[in-house]
Design a protein around this ligand. Sequence first.
Ligand SMILES: CC(C)(COP(=O)(O)OP(=O)(O)OC[C@H]1O[C@@H](n2cnc3c(N)ncnc32)[C@H](O)[C@@H]1OP(=O)(O)O)[C@@H](O)C(=O)NCCC(=O)NCCS
Length: 158
Amino acid sequence: MKLWLAPAGLHIEPARTQDADAITKLHAQGFYRGWSREEFAAYILDERTPIYVACDARRRVAGFAMIRHLGEDVELITIAVDKKWRKKGVGLALMRALFDDLLMSPAKRLILEVATDNAAAMRLYEKLGFKKVGERKGYYPRPDGTPATAIVMARDLG
Ligand SMILES: CC(C)(COP(=O)(O)OP(=O)(O)OC[C@H]1O[C@@H](n2cnc3c(N)ncnc32)[C@H](O)[C@@H]1OP(=O)(O)O)[C@@H](O)C(=O)NCCC(=O)NCCS
């Protein structure tokens, strides 16, 4: 059984179908454009798109991270922590759990995109050793109609 310890009595494990509602709500809280419960329920069942949840003993979900396997590359599709649980090390613990799990896979590199105006996420990734490998101008839609630039970052695994 896959299980990693996280701060404040939480633990991290692979998501189950029953987590789809909580994941959908958290994603909608963290991002301008959310995905539906059905989309997340399908991703949970698809081994190419593992989702990891940080939750308590009653399975109340405080955060999640989702990746997609692309051969030697793995992409971080999304990560979000509940507002109440932010700045307690949960995001860091989720990232470390997925690094650990990826040691058992053929993946050699983790890549991600982050908006230049997302200081919290940029710091989190820099802290974990990610380096900028590219830039995508006008990548993220924003409510005011001025799209944000994405930085592409990567980190070797293992
Ligand atoms: C980004 C996010 C997942 C971080 O989760 P978190 O659990 O709060 O992060 P952690 O507590 O593990 O913080 C780890 C490190 O990230 C950085 N960080 C986190 N929040 C930060 C903030 N508000 N401002 C600056 N740096 C921050 C810090 O370097 C921190 O380490 P430190 O506490 O030792 O200084 C969370 O802010 C979130 O869900 N944001 C909305 C969704 C999102 O933007 N996801 C990323 C998309 S690319």
